[in-house]
Design a protein. Structure first.
Length: 175
């Protein structure tokens, strides 16, 4: 459980970096067509990328998730933990809840690929906060990854505390 908690913080930020990285790849493979179609009349969405530091190292992340017209959620994320723990994770995001404030998203899914196979199959959830745009806006925030033994309904969990993103990281939450 301690291993998962330390990894949770790292994984969350890696997810944001992965989302940004995945969007160009999706466009090259024709996957952007589905995303564009789902956005036209689709439901809520959240995307983000950035870097954050913890006492254990640096985490870069990228993520994206959108509720489709049929109510299902499709998305993914990448987390890269550096320094104390060196591991890459890919999460298939299958749940997205946007809180009533319109700027906080809770997301969940399962780790489907990892540079360390022991993490594959673990269920995780995290929180992302869009604090607005422009030089006077505070940095957007992201939580670490919280693990679970079973799939997580992101609409029923308490949002996790967040850490500010660094170096121009950005989160967009669209209710």
């Amino acid at each position: 459980m301690i291993r998962l908690r330390a990894l949770s913080v790292f994984l969350l930020f890696l997810l944001a970096v992965a989302a940004v990285a995945l969007q160009p790849a999706a466009a090259q493979k024709g996957g952007l067509k589905e995303t564009a179609a789902s956005q036209a009349g689709g439901g809520p969405a959240a995307t983000g990328h950035g870097t954050f530091r913890t006492e254990d190292g640096v985490v870069t992340l990228s993520f994206h998730a959108q509720q489709l017209k049929n109510g299902s959620v499709k998305g993914g994320g990448e987390f890269h933990f550096q320094e104390l723990v060196e591991v890459n994770l890919h999460i298939d995001i299958t749940c997205l809840t946007i809180l009533p404030d319109g700027r906080t998203a809770v997301l969940s899914g399962v780790i489907t690929r990892s540079s360390d196979p022991q993490f594959e199959g673990e269920f995780v959830y995290f929180t992302a906060v869009d604090n607005g745009e422009g030089p006077s806006a505070p940095p957007d925030g992201i939580s670490g990854l919280q693990g679970s033994e079973t799939p997580v309904d992101c609409g029923t969990v308490t949002p996790l505390a967040t850490i500010p993103l660094e170096d121009g990281g950005n989160i967009q939450v669209r209710p």
